[in-house]
Design a protein around this ligand. Sequence first.
Ligand SMILES: [Zn+2]
Ligand SMILES: [Zn+2]
Length: 238
Amino acid sequence: MGAEKDELVVAFEGAIRSHADGIDAGPKVLLDAVKSTDAKWADVNIQKAKRVVKAIREAQGAQAESNSKSEKVVAKEKGAEGLCPKNHKLTRFIAYSLGCCDGCGGKVTTGDPMWGCRACDHDLCEAKCHKNQGSKKLLTQFSDVIEGLQLKIDQAVAISPTQEKLEKLLDLIKQETVKHEAQIAKTDDKQLAEEAELRVEEVELRKGQFVKDLTAVHAKILVAIEAGVRRPEAAQTA
Ligand SMILES: [Zn+2]
Ligand SMILES: [Zn+2]
């Protein structure tokens, strides 16, 4: 039954291709065309023809839809190789504003690691769409968070309409910073070294740098509070 039906579908597809109006010629005209190709279709009735034409129409619709989606699918597949759809190498950066991923359409927030091609203005999230997904080492995560915190401060300064709002946002960032410090402190150096394939001494150095960077984050928060609300143009000195 299945095979027979497929054969009939193929016969209809052939009739659609040969007819000037294509599928719009309608089931009756197409059925006549199919019958003229082979005597074995003599028993196919108009109801069956309608069903087959409808199925072909639906399949075409699905095809058209998947063609429009394929841009994203291609973006994701290429991202898995670390490339943009035009085969440029993607470079890593930390998102400094809200946006969305060109691969999965997912929301991107300030501080998220991304991979982008500037020539094509093509950006993919690291979490789902880049080949580095899931393989991110803790040390890299730590420095991402720090970079993200810095950017969040800049953003808070740029968007806060009042001093009160600014201090509220900065207080949240401060809490995040403290939490991050605690997390770095409690992570085992040996585990970090193994994961990153570094010597323990190197991990200690990296951690020392993180502590300095986080101190700088705290200082930046204080400076931002003291400077108060400014217009975004003036915020660049921060
Ligand atoms: Zn994505
Ligand atoms: Zn590109």
